[in-house]
Structures are given as structure tokens and as C-alpha cells.
Design a protein around this ligand. Sequence first.
Ligand code: ATP
Ligand code: MG
Length: 248
Amino acid sequence: MPAKIHVVANQKGGVGKTTLAVNLGAVAHAVLSGENNPLKAATPQDGPSPVLVVSTDPQGSSVWWSGRVKENGGLPFDFSQVDDPKLLGRLRTLNYAHIIVDTPGSLEDDRILQAALDQCDDVIVPMTPEPLSYEPTRLTINQVVAPRGIPYRVVVNNWDPRDGLTDLQQTAKFIAACGWPMCDTVVRRYKLHTRASAEGQVVTQYPKNRTASEAREDFLRLALELGYGGSPAGVPRQAGAQALVEEG
Ligand SMILES: Nc1ncnc2c1ncn2[C@@H]1O[C@H](COP(=O)(O)OP(=O)(O)OP(=O)(O)O)[C@@H](O)[C@H]1O
Ligand SMILES: [Mg+2]
């Protein structure tokens, strides 16, 4: 079966493209590698991974992150930096179940993003629950993604439950008003995620404690919702974005 190619895109910088690409790669690897309990800390890769994460960002924050992880024993999944957009055409011939492509956040030069979209099966559009994210996300979806007819889903990332529901509800209403499909999973803000690149860890390598499991669950739930294999059994339920909105 040809690899399924998922592009993570939003021309707004700092919404979590790299965080989602790398951590979705980690949980998809854990689920697809048949680990009995995908919530347990993953061991470094000892065979071929079913998952490849590709960075196309010339600034390469995921490259730096992966370098830090290597110092700590290695990424569980395969990782590659692709600078020449023409090479993206070869992705489909590679032997992976899922290829997750991280793209740069820039409204000016969208050639790399366009080249990645040429190859993909679907698009994940992360956005943060704040009004500053609205307009750039609208431009990315309405001008770049939707006109191509590629399936896409918006994921709200970096929501801090301590801030209350207002921003999340407003963002979900904005997404609904735009008519965009939204993932039920909301990725919450955890200091662990912010620190992970410097710590040289991906989400499946976080220490075993309650906060880390909660932080990991969001990505596991998201990977399952996006259909990256496995069954949601054993994953604690989240109220879900829709339910949170209806509640308010
Ligand atoms: N759920 C989260 N919890 C905590 N911190 C987060 C979360 N998501 C992202 N961050 C932090 O926010 C910052 C921006 O995230 P990230 O680099 O993933 O965004 P990006 O969209 O890839 O940015 P760019 O457009 O510059 O490539 C990083 O410091 C990251 O650690
Ligand atoms: Mg990035």
C-alpha cells in the first residue's frame, strides 16, 4: 500500500506545526509498532518504523529537535529534512504507512508548502485559540488548502485549561462559522511540550508521571481520531471540542 501523506500546515508561525508533526509521528509509531500499551514510554527504534516525519522548514526547528533527541538515544520514527521541493514527489514511493510533513510558517514564500500539498492525501491545520490566529488560518485554508479540494481538518492546539473555556469556545465558533471541519481533540498546553525540544524528547519519551501521561494522551487521541491506526481502547476520554462548545 502506498504511504499516506499528511501535511501539517498553517502560514501563521508558532501555532504548533512542528510540535504536532513530531509528536503525531511519535504516537503513530507507538500505535503502529504494536506496542501493547501505546501510552508507555517508547524505546528507541530497533527496526524499520512505519512512520516517517519530513521537515521542509528551512529554519528546521524539527531538525534541531531531532538532533537533541539523538543525543538522548534517538527518535522512535524515521526523520528526514527535505530542502529541495522536487524531492517531495518521491515520498509516495517510500515504504511507510504514514508520512507526516512539517511545513514552514510564512505568508510570503509558499513554494515549499505548495510542493508539499501537491503530494499529500490530507492536511492538518493547527491553530491556537486566540484571535491573532484567525486571519492567517483563514488565508491558509481559503486560499491555499481548500481550493485544491484536499481533505483537511483544523486542530486547536496550545489551549491552557486554566484560562477557562471562553477563548476555546470563541475559536470553535469561528471555525464552525467558517465551515471548516475541526478535530474533536484539543491539544492542551503543557510546559512539557514547550520544553521537549530542548530536553531532546518526543511525547512518547516523557517521564512516567501523571502530567506527562495527560500531555501524551492528547496526541494519542489525536492520532487515533486522524486514523493513524490502533483503537481508542484504554485512552481516557476527553470531553471533546464540540462538547466543550455546546457546554458554554
Ligand atoms: N500544546 C503545546 N503546549 C506547550 N507548548 C506548545 C504547544 N504547542 C506548541 N508549543 C510551543 O509553541 C512554540 C511554537 O510551536 P511550534 O514550533 O510547534 O510551531 P510552528 O507552527 O511549527 O512554528 P513555525 O511556524 O515557526 O514553524 C514552541 O515553543 C512550542 O514548544
Ligand atoms: Mg515549525
